[in-house]
Design a protein around this ligand. Structure first.
Ligand SMILES: [Zn+2]
Length: 90
């Protein structure tokens, strides 16, 4: 049985392989694409909807137990990348 994790964006449970792991390094949100980084991780579907929801609800801050501010621009850049792809595909 594959381990199941909860997406911090939509709160749905999914298998690990369907989710992207993120960790906090010095209060900067880092995408742990291969799920190998040490420390506390949070899991999110790699979709604009779930990432955006997690940022807006500060779900990463709670899930990673960050005190103070968390720099989420890594994921925001990723989100902007999706936007450009959508715009560019027209
Ligand atoms: Zn989700």
């Amino acid at each position: 049985m594959e381990p199941v994790r909860t997406c911090v964006g939509c709160r749905a449970r999914s298998s690990r392989s369907a989710l992207l792991r993120v960790v906090s390094i010095d209060s900067v949100l880092v995408l742990d694409e291969r799920a190998v980084m040490p420390g506390r991780g949070a899991w999110v579907h790699e979709t604009p909807e779930c990432m955006d929801a997690a940022i807006r609800r500060r779900a990463f801050v709670r899930a990673l137990r960050v005190t103070g501010t968390l720099d989420t621009q890594t994921i925001e850049k990723r989100l902007n990348g999706y936007g450009n792809k959508v715009n560019g595909s027209k």
